[in-house]
Write a protein that binds this ligand. Structure first.
Ligand code: YH5
Length: 282
């Protein structure tokens, strides 16, 4: 299966890596917007060399406890990066946003993919995404980023997440968005305890069975930190291991910080899963 991202193609017949590119003031030792943009462009080039198939540009921190950002502020952060990368890069640029205005401007500036952690729930977001004609990833989240980790509760976390995502898919379809443009994501860490996250990772084949491509973001998250009792920089091997498990369960896009390491690991997954006995060279 091939995703057409505004003319740039992503082949999902094997699992692909989406590289995280944060353009938020807390992501770099801050020398203002200009330096931030330059550093982001440099990092994007490196991620493509390391094998990233999509670059996910975000100017709105959605980490637990993060503050809201205005449309103007977010556009000021992401647009210069997207304008530069859209032209230079062989791979599509994803815009990580919940805001319809940002979706429209980003796609006009050259983005070929929309990554919305709120699954197009903001007023006007479904309409904006429909107009943009690019693939869209719909993520499940319980609550709001500021408070979502306080005490998340589910009846059946797998059912609830699946039902929600399929409802969002249906909402998209009523606005003329074809299923071929949709990707679903269980939203690890977004209003979920460690037990919820582990339950969802084990049940990933159920999401895969919907037939929609599944995107997974576990990289460096607190579920890895908690299991390993490790701080952010010491979560690479744990994150890569989780990526391997997700890809082996059928996830098609893995959103990560550590591109090189994850690309290598996923090559092993693909080699094993695409190997056929009859192709054996004797
Ligand atoms: C995701 O899962 N996640 S932003 C906390 C961390 C480390 C990383 C405590 N955007 C996802 O990456 N988009 C984010 O350490 C996402 N799926 C999709 N589609 C949160 C994040 C992070 C948070």
């Amino acid at each position: 299966m091939i995703l057409d991202c505004a003319g740039k193609r992503v082949d999902l017949s094997s699992p692909q890596v989406m590289g995280i590119l944060n353009v938020t003031p807390d992501s770099f030792s801050d020398g203002g917007n200009y330096q931030r943009v330059r550093a982001a462009i440099q990092r994007a080039h490196q991620m493509v060399e390391e094998g990233a198939a999509i670059i996910d540009v975000g100017g709105e921190s959605t980490r637990p406890g993060a503050c809201a950002v205005s449309v103007a502020e977010e556009l000021e952060r992401v647009l210069p990066v997207i304008e530069a990368l859209g032209k230079e890069m062989p791979v599509p640029i994803s815009i990580d946003t919940c805001k319809p205005e940002v979706m429209r401007e980003a796609v006009k500036a050259g983005a070929g993919f929309i990554n919305d952690v709120a699954a197009l729930s903001a007023p006007g977001a479904v309409e904006a995404a429909a107009d943009c004609l690019v693939p869209i990833s719909l993520m499940h989240m319980q609550g709001q980023p500021r408070t979502m980790q306080s005490a998340p509760v589910y009846g059946d976390v797998v059912r609830d997440v699946c039902d929600y995502l399929l409802q969002r898919v249906a909402a998209c379809e009523t606005y003329g968005i074809k299923r071929a443009r949709l990707i679903i994501d269980p939203g690890f860490g977004f209003g979920k305890t460690l037990a919820h996250n582990l339950t969802l990772l084990k049940a990933l084949p159920q999401l895969v069975a919907t037939g929609l491509p599944v995107l997974v973001g576990i990289s460096r998250k607190s579920m890895i930190g908690t299991i390993l009792n490790a701080k952010l920089d010491d979560r690479v091997i744990g994150s890569v291991s989780a990526a391997v498990l997700a890809a082996n369960a059928g996830a098609k896009i893995i959103r990560v910080h550590d591109v090189k390491e994850t690309v290598e690991a996923l090559k092993i997954v693909s080699a094993v899963n695409s190997y056929r006995e009859c192709e054996k060279e004797l």
